[in-house]
Design a protein around this ligand. Structure first.
Ligand code: XMP
Length: 506
C-alpha cells in the first residue's frame, strides 16, 4: 500500500481515505517511524504530509536521508515538499506573507504526477514557507505565486506545495490517482468485503471458545463492532448496555429492538438511571458532571462485566482515527474539555482487548456496517457524547429537565430526517438552558425554559461552522418544540462557529 508519514497536518487522514477509496491500502505512520519499519511493510509509495512547522528551525522534523534512495516513489505535500527540497539540497525560504486559500496553478512543464491536468486549474494552498531553489536534478513543473510542483522523474520523487487531497483542488483526485497508479503502480488490494471475511476469521482464531464482553452504546462504532464480532462468534458475545438516564429519547428500547431483536445480539440492559441521577444531584459544574458520569459509568460497567462468568475478552469500537490520534506527533491537544471517547474503561481490567475496527476510518466503518446488514440510518447516526444529556442540560440536571430535553431533541432530529437534512450536517441536537423567560400561549402568560437548537458542520470536529438551514425549517422546528413540549416557551438557534465556541455548550 501507500504509507503516509504524518507531520501533523489536519488533512492527513483525508489523504489516506482518498487512497483507500481508490481501493489501495493506505496507512498513516508518525514521521519519525524508523525507515526499517517502513520498508518492512513493502510500500508501493510514500507520502510526506503537510505539517505546521518549518524545515528551517532547529530540530526540524525530518526523515532518514536514505528514504530517498529506496527506489520507492515519494510524494511530498506542502511541508513534505519543503522537506524533500531541503534534504536533497534545494532551498526553502521563510515566507513573509504565506498563502492561504484558493490559487491558480499554472503548469510549466508537465510530469507523471500532473498528467492529464489542464494548463490552468484551481488549487488549495495553506503554507507560510516556500521553495526558493529546487535540488539538483529536479524540474519545476508548476507554479502559483510560488513554485508549486517539482519533480525528479528519474528518481520518482515529486512535490506539491498545494493540497491535492482537499476538494477545492479541482484536479487533486486525478493527481492522487496519477501518483498511486501511474507512478507507484500500487495494487488494488483494499476491499471492505475482504476486510469483513479476514476479520471474522481473525476473531474466531483469537477468541476460540471464550466469551467476549462489549459495551454497546447504540452509537455507530460499538454497534458495528458488536455485529461484526457476533458474525464471528455468535452468542459467545455478551453486550452490556448501560442506560444512564442521560440518553436520547427511547434509546434503550431502540437498541434492544435494533440489535437485540433484529440481530439477535445478547444484550444485558442495565437500568442505572437512579444511580446517575442521585450522583448528579446538586452538581452544576460541567467538568465535575463529566467526571461523575465517567466514573459512574466505569463503576457500573465494571460491576456488570464481573458478573459475566469466564469472560476473557473486552471488545471495543476503537477506530483508525483514534489510533492515529494516539500515536500522533501533535501530542494530545490542549485539554479544553476532559473528553473524547468516553466509555474510557479502566486500564487495569484484566481482559484481553478485541478491537476489530482498529484499521478503519469512520466512513469505512459505516460501509462495513451496511455490508453486515445494519440499516443505513443507524450507521449514519451523528456522534453522541459520553456524558450525554448531562452536558446538554446546562447547570444542574434533573429528571424533569431530561424529559423536556429528550422531547425537544427528538422533534429536531425527526424534522431533520423528514427534510432530508440529517446527513447534510455533522452533529445536531438541542440544549436546555437554565433560563426562564416570559411568553404567552393562548391568553395565558407562561414562564418557562429556553431551548437552543444547535447544528454543526465539520470534517474533524476540531473546527466547525454552524449549519445554515432555511428559515422555514427553523421556524417549523421552533413551532413544534414550543407547541409540543411542555416546559419550553422559547427556542433560539446557535450561530456560533468553533472556534471560538465549541460544538457542545458545556
Ligand atoms: P466540542 O464541544 O469540544 O465537541 O466542540 C467536539 C466533539 O466532541 C464531543 N464531545 C464529547 N464526547 N465525551 C465524549 O465522548 C465528552 O465529554 C464530550 N464533549 C464533547 C462533541 O459531541 C463533539 O462531537
Amino acid at each position: 500500500g501507500i504509507i503516509l508519514l504524518d507531520f501533523g497536518s489536519q488533512y492527513n487522514q483525508l489523504i489516506a481515505r482518498r487512497i483507500r477509496e481508490l481501493g489501495v491500502y493506505s496507512e498513516v505512520l508518525p514521521f519519525n517511524t524508523p525507515l526499517a519499519d517502513i520498508l518492512e511493510r513493502k510500500p508501493s509509495g510514500i507520502i510526506l504530509s503537510g505539517g505546521p512547522s518549518s524545515v528551517n528551525v532547529e530540530n526540524a522534523r525530518l526523515v532518514e536521508r536514505s528514504l530517498f534512495e529506496q527506489e520507492i516513489p515519494v510524494l511530498g505535500i506542502c511541508y513534505g515538499m519543503q522537506l524533500l527540497t531541503h534534504m536533497l539540497g534545494g532551498k526553502v525560504k521563510k515566507g513573509n506573507k504565506g498563502e492561504y486559500g484558493k490559487a491558480t496553478l499554472e503548469i510549466i512543464k508537465s510530469s507523471a504526477l500532473l498528467s492529464g491536468v489542464g494548463r490552468f486549474s484551481t488549487v488549495w494552498m495553506s503554507h507560510f514557507d516556500e521553495v526558493q531553489e529546487v535540488p539538483a536534478g529536479f524540474a519545476i513543473n508548476a507554479q502559483t505565486d510560488v513554485i508549486s510542483s517539482v519533480s525528479d522523474e528519474k528518481k520518482k520523487i515529486y512535490g506539491v506545495q498545494f493540497h491535492p487531497e482537499v476538494s477545492h483542488t479541482e484536479e487533486g483526485a486525478r493527481m492522487i490517482e496519477n501518483f498511486v497508479f501511474g507512478i507507484c503502480k500500487a495494487p488494488k488490494n483494499w476491499k471492505l468485503t475482504n476486510y469483513i471475511d479476514k476479520t471474522v476469521a481473525e476473531i474466531k482464531e483469537k477468541v476460540g471458545d471464550q466469551k467476549v464482553i462489549l459495551g454497546l452504546s447504540g452509537g455507530v462504532d460499538s454497534s458495528v463492532a458488536a455485529v461484526l464480532i457476533h458474525k464471528a462468534i455468535g452468542d459467545q458475545l455478551q453486550c452490556i448496555f448501560v442506560d444512564t438516564g442521560l440518553l436520547r429519547k427511547d434509546e434503550a428500547e431502540k437498541v434492544m429492538t435494533n440489535y437485540g431483536e433484529h440481530f439477535q445480539l445478547k444484550i444485558k440492559l442495565i437500568d442505572a438511571k437512579r444511580r446517575f441521577m442521585s450522583k448528579l444531584e446538586g452538581v452544576a459544574d460541567p467538568e465535575e458532571k463529566r467526571k461523575i458520569i465517567g466514573n459512574e459509568f466505569v463503576a457500573v460497567f465494571d460491576e456488570e462485566s464481573h458478573k459475566i462468568e469466564g469472560a476473557k475478552f473486552l471488545a471495543q469500537g476503537t477506530i483508525y482515527p483514534d489510533v492515529i490520534e494516539s500515536q500522533s506527533v501533535k501530542g494530545p491537544s490542549a485539554v479544553i474539555k476532559s473528553h473524547h471517547n468516553v466509555g474510557g474503561l479502566p486500564e487495569e481490567m484484566d481482559f484481553k482487548l478485541l478491537e476489530p475496527l482498529r484499521e478503519l476510518f469512520k466512513d469505512e466503518v459505516r460501509k462495513v456496517g451496511e455490508e453486515l446488514g445494519i440499516p443505513h440510518h443507524l450507521v449514519h447516526r451523528h456522534p453522541f457524547p459520553g456524558p450525554g444529556l448531562g452536558i446538554r442540560i446546562l447547570g444542574e440536571v434533573s429528571e424533569e429537565k431530561v424529559e423536556i430535553l429528550q422531547q425537544a431533541d427528538d422533534i429536531f432530529i425527526e424534522e431533520l430526517y423528514k427534510n432530508n437534512l440529517y446527513e447534510q450536517v455533522s452533529q445536531a441536537f438541542v440544549v436546555l438552558l437554565p433560563v426562564k423567560s416570559v411568553g404567552v400561549m393562548g391568553d395565558e402568560r407562561t414562564y418557562e425554559y429556553t431551548a437552543v437548537v444547535r447544528s454543526a458542520n465539520t470534517i474533524d470536529f476540531m473546527t466547525a461552522t454552524f449549519s445554515k438551514f432555511p428559515w422555514e425549517f427553523l421556524e417549523k422546528v421552533s413551532n413544534r418544540i414550543i407547541n409540543e413540549v411542555r416546559g419550553i416557551n422559547r427556542v433560539t438557534y446557535d450561530i456560533s462557529s468553533k472556534p471560538p465556541a465549541t460544538i457542545e455548550w458545556e
